[in-house]
Design a binder for this molecule. Structure first.
Ligand code: NAP
Length: 244
């Protein structure tokens, strides 16, 4: 990793190591790339069957194969890491998300920056205001997905409850609807869904990842659950004087 940027300044990640839990997915790949660009040494955890998705990064990152809720796998991967970026996904009905979160909370070194992903449906203080459409979609999707035993959204809620209750240096980044496409810059954020700046409900996945990686060096985001939206969306442009 080059410790110095093109302009001669030291990269923020120089000499530091981050772990990306769920490195082979769409968000995970962007997290890895942003972390490498910032000069971090990167360790990635992904399922055995997905290791091939990271083949192009052989030599650039260390891959630890395994389920992200496997405590031994997570313990090995986060060893010596200054930060852990976790893609929190509620697959199946075996407490995958809460298992992943708990493993990270238990095994990351004390003081490590922990940054987790989730959706707007997670609320930290109950003060988020959701549209009727959002609530209906979340309820219907949540119930059907659980019935089919594919996804357990309640377990992602439990995962975040544990994170919020922990005394670690956590940030939970709550993503809006996502789309692919080139970067529009760092997303803007607000503490509560329902705030006008978030109304456009759309973020580029590449920028979601950037927000998570930049959160590692941003102490103002410790113990925050920012809800994010793309900085070039109409609502962000109309309310640009917000907390971002
Ligand atoms: N999609 C959205 O619109 C949206 C909106 C708001 C927030 N978010 C949040 O963004 C994050 C990333 O979501 P994403 O939708 O963009 O997906 P993603 O980045 O593609 O991530 C999906 C992850 O789940 C893993 N995975 C897939 N099937 C699995 C299974 N059966 N068992 C265990 N792991 C499995 C994938 O690993 P493999 O590479 O091994 O398959 C990958 O790491 C999540 O925290 C989500 O809550 C998403």
């Amino acid at each position: 990793m080059e410790p110095v940027a093109m302009d001669g300044t030291r990269k923020p990640g120089a000499g530091k190591k981050v772990c990306v839990i769920g490195a082979s997915g769409k968000l995970g790949r962007y997290l890895v790339q942003h972390a490498l660009d910032r000069g971090y040494e990167v360790v990635g955890v992904c399922r055995e069957q997905s290791v091939h998705k990271l083949a192009d990064l052989a030599g650039e990152i260390t891959v630890v194969p395994g389920a992200t809720d496997d405590r031994a796998v997570v313990a090995r991967a986060v060893n010596g890491c200054d930060a852990v970026l976790t893609v929190l996904v509620p697959w199946g009905v075996e407490h995958y998300a809460s298992g992943t979160a708990q493993a990270v909370l238990d095994h990351a070194r004390p003081g490590a920056r922990l940054v987790f992903s989730c959706g707007w449906h997670i609320t930290r203080d109950g003060k988020d205001v959701y549209t009727r459409r959002f609530k209906v979609y979340a309820a219907v999707f949540g119930r059907l997905a659980k019935l089919a035993r594919v996804v357990d959204v309640d377990d992602q809620v439990e995962a975040c409850r544990r994170i919020f209750a922990s005394d670690t240096s956590w940030t939970v980044v709550r993503g809006s609807d996502l789309e692919e496409g080139g970067s529009q810059g760092l997303p803007v954020w607000s503490r509560h869904v329902g705030d006008p700046i978030l109304a456009s409900n759309l973020t580029r996945r590449v920028d979601y990842a950037r927000f998570m990686v930049e959160a590692v060096e941003n102490d103002a985001l410790v113990h925050e659950a920012p809800a994010i939206v793309g900085r070039l969306t109409p609502s962000a442009l109309a309310h640009a004087a917000g907390p971002a």
